[in-house]
Ligand binder design. Sequence first.
Ligand SMILES: [Zn+2]
Length: 203
Amino acid sequence: MSKDFRLLVKNAKQVVLVCANGEKFLTVKEMQNIAVIENASLLGAELEALAISHLEEVTNNGIAAMARAKSSAILLPTTAYILRLKQPRARDMLDAGVIVALGSDFNPNAYCCSMPMVMHLACVNMKMSMKEALAAATINAAYSLGKSHTHGSLEVNKQGDLVILNSSQWEHLIYQFGGHQELIKFVIVKGKVVYENDRTVDY
Ligand SMILES: [Zn+2]
């Protein structure tokens, strides 16, 4: 580890502590000083962060450190697509045992809330399997928020959040891109139907 990097980690830790105490919000200039982090994966792992987002740039050492620290990688396929960024190395991370989660990164430069679309892009552009994408969008995303014991999978004593599809195969949720409105029949939150769609399409 270089001297510069150690210094950066020390500074970032102080910033994280300051923010956690709620004592100070950083100015843009201060953020820029901290944001000159070439290897966020190493820094996140050093801080034992539960989640590290974006990761379009990552080294092999960073991937190994994340796997060791059990820091989840939040990959953002819509952002990489819209901004034409280098695709995050999802396959290398998965093969190294990193907990990979998917997010929409909803913001003005990735104006998409659709997790089916996110999963689709993860499969096509990041070469994840559909099962990996589903796990990344559900249980691993819950892990990244420290909520995998109560959310993210259908298990007794967990919160009943799910969708019911008008399809014989769940994979259509990813495969049928842009088609979730003709596919999702019910959305259930905490065990209660919050959305019912009578416009699903039979193919
Ligand atoms: Zn972002």
